[in-house]
Design a protein around this ligand. Structure first.
Ligand SMILES: Cc1ncc(COP(=O)(O)O)c(C=O)c1O
Length: 304
């Protein structure tokens, strides 16, 4: 079956969606993007795109920070994406990657006189991180890029060189992933996900000013945790707080909710994922598949 991507205003077969080697975004990392998931609900034979509106709102903000014109409204982006997924007839969990990118064929990193182009592609995707075993992670020796270096608030492809170094160092040292600190030594986030600690009955995450990508999943957790009787807090986190919490997890569109059982060789409890986190994870997986009425507003159906 032909898979369609959206490029330059039209749907094209995947193999035709190519960019010239001199494209600015390729040479200088000048694109902003999103990672969105759509979950297949077998009982309803329906594909639900999770929090698509919030993702396209963030894409628009990323574009603004990078002097880019996103060309479409959030509603138009949602329509285009829905149409593309429908054409691709997915009956499986799917990942969607929209990109707004600088498409001038020129040398020199400037953003002026440099047109913007739009590309959206998708493919079937399962887990990005193991969500069951409990991850063994470390604190990275790399610092997180700061808001006034390459702003993490914007999802800029060039900033993912920082992420690439963080994850690669961690994997080479035998860890599943890494937590990255800001230059002031405070916790920022995971390599490509946000982090929460469990402290008693409270979930604690870093604030939006801690050099993080302000995650859609982070926001989802902050909203839904209350339904399970958990308190939530967004505040600065010190490195050593990571070691003495009662548990921790990464969250993100890719990572979903991935519990951590070991940080820098310190194990939480006896290494077993706390029941409260398992419950939160189950609730999240039901929500994204459109099984919780209260949160169906976050799930856009693809098929009529
Ligand atoms: C650096 C970084 N932080 C956090 C996240 C989580 O964001 P979201 O929940 O919106 O996917 C991501 C996900 O792509 C990321 O790349």
């Amino acid at each position: 079956m032909v898979e369609y991507y959206f490029m330059d205003g039209k749907y094209v077969p995947a193999e035709e969606a190519v960019i010239p080697v001199r494209t600015h975004a390729f040479l200088y990392g000048t694109s902003v993007f999103e990672g969105i998931r759509a979950y297949f609900n077998k009982e309803e034979n329906q594909l639900y795109v999770f929090r698509m509106k919030e993702h396209f709102e963030r894409l628009t903000n990323s574009a603004k920070i990078m002097y880019m014109d996103p060309k479409y409204t959030v509603d138009e982006y949602m329509q285009i994406t829905k149409e593309m997924l429908k054409k691709n007839e997915y009956k499986t969990d799917t990942y969607i990657r929209p990109e707004v990118y600088k498409s001038a064929l020129k040398i020199g990193p400037g953003l002026i006189d440099n047109p913007d182009s739009i590309l959206i592609f998708s493919f079937a995707l399962g887990d990005y991180c193991n969500t069951e075993k409990g991850l063994n992670v470390c604190c990275s020796s790399w610092d997180r890029v700061e808001d006034n270096m390459i702003p993490p608030r914007a999802k800029i492809s060039g900033a993912y060189a920082n992420t690439a170094l963080i994850i690669t160092e961690a994997k080479k040292a035998g860890f599943d992933d890494a937590i990255v600190l800001s230059r002031n030594g405070h916790v920022a986030e995971g390599s490509a996900m946000n982090i929460f600690l469990l402290e008693g009955n409270t979930l604690v995450t870093t604030p939006t000013t801690s050099n993080i990508l302000v995650g859609v999943t982070r926001n989802t957790v902050l909203e839904i945790a209350k339904d399970l009787g958990l308190e939530v807090q967004a505040r600065e986190i010190n490195r050593t707080e990571l070691y003495i919490a009662d548990g921790a997890f990464f969250c993100g569109t890719g990572a979903q909710i991935a519990p951590i059982t070991k940080i820098d060789s310190r194990t939480y409890g006896n290494g077993v994922i706390p029941e409260k986190l398992k419950e939160l994870q189950r609730y999240y997986f039901d929500i994204v598949r459109g099984k919780v009425e209260k949160y169906k507003k976050w799930c856009t159906p693809v098929y009529d």
